[in-house]
Design a protein around this ligand. Structure first.
Ligand code: PBG
Length: 332
């Protein structure tokens, strides 16, 4: 066939909304979204989080109302973070988080799916995700894993559907799996923060959870347990290891700066892959929108399509509760 000068034109598939919709390679589905929730023991009414636009901290009571609203907006999957009142260095008091989980389960039974964050950073005086040694210069791996596995079991007993360890200690997936299985919670799943990078983009979250590391100790960052952005292979190896230890869902976090990791993982494993568009990534979009520099909904949608193109099948986003509404009104 003879090729005329129009043969390779691409604009035919861009010509109008109908054909753009037909040829789209990514379709978003609000059912694949998880909404993070914060419950804070120090407040008595729902309170806006200054660092996260339109996101609130909840009391046990207000989180039930929030979930009711979210269900109406099409969201039924949640990732729950506690902000306990009392911090310690060991022997942590989990009662507030456990009470919250029980209250949610009592009210909503099987209508909601709750993943409970497992980490110690909101519980420790020093803000680290594990137990600190006496000298205050090292986060102890195995001691932390023991505590985390015990906490995970208590969360399962309180009604968590899924355990989501974000601590980044070695061996915690295996320890949690054994702890759950040997106590009759073999149906509780594990979503591992398997590719969690040491990142600037957690700033607004740490504000919300009062979990900035370094207070009263000699370790001011999480680089000795979170993955370096200079080492993509570490993220792949960490994820393969966690799958081997029993992770049901694995995760890349933050999302957009690590799209290459999402894509590579999607190519090497068929284990469900979640992308966590974290607090700083979310707030970046919000601040641009507040300043009238971008359209908020369209910007979030654009990021979500990137994550799906990359191969994520689950999206964790602070804007998840808007996903259904925004997706319904997408203009291709
Ligand atoms: C706790 C934890 C963090 C996030 C989730 N779990 C912060 C951190 O590791 O410092 C970040 C989530 C976000 O920024 O949205 N380990």
């Amino acid at each position: 066939m003879e090729k005329n000068k129009y043969y390779n034109n691409r604009r035919r598939v861009r010509a109008n909304e109908h054909i753009r919709e037909l040829v789209a390679t990514v379709k978003l589905n609000y059912r694949e979204f998880i909404q993070p929730l914060f419950v804070d023991e120090s407040i008595s009414i729902q309170t806006p989080i200054a660092s996260l636009n339109e996101i609130n901290s909840d009391t046990i009571e207000s989180v039930l109302t929030q979930i009711e609203k979210d269900l109406q907006a099409g969201i039924s999957k949640f990732l729950l973070f506690p902000v306990p009142l009392n911090k310690a260095v060991n022997n942590f008091d989990y009662r507030f988080m456990l009470q919250t989980l029980k209250a949610i389960r009592n009210r909503f039974a099987g209508k909601v799916w709750i993943a409970a964050d497992v980490c110690l950073c909101a519980y420790t005086t020093h803000g680290h995700c594990g137990i600190l040694n006496e000298e205050g210069n090292k986060i102890l791996n195995d001691e932390s894993v023991k505590v985390l596995a015990d906490y995970a079991l208590q969360l399962a007993k309180a009604g968590a559907d899924c355990i989501a360890p974000s601590d980044m200690m070695d061996g915690r997936i295996a320890a949690i799996r054994i702890s759950l299985d040997s106590n009759g919670f073999d149906e509780v799943s594990i979503m591992s923060y398997s590719a969690k990078f040491s990142s600037q983009f957690y700033g607004p979250f740490r504000d919300a959870c009062k979990s900035t590391p370094g207070n009263g100790c000699n370790v001011s960052d999480r680089k000795s347990y979170q993955i370096s952005s200079f080492n993509g292979n570490d993220a792949l190896l960490s994820t393969i290891r966690d799958i081997d230890e029993g992770a049901d869902i694995v995760m890349v976090k933050p999302a957009l700066p690590y799209l290459d990791v999402i894509k590579e993982l999607h190519q090497i494993t068929k284990v469900p892959l979640a992308a966590y568009h974290v607090s700083g990534e979310y707030q970046g979009i919000e601040l641009l929108a507040i300043n009238d520099l971008i359209d908020r909904g369209k910007a979030h949608i654009e990021v979500w399509t990137a994550l799906k193109r990359g191969g994520a099948s689950i999206i964790i986003s602070y804007a998840a509760r808007h996903a259904k509404k925004w997706i319904e009104t997408i203009h291709y």
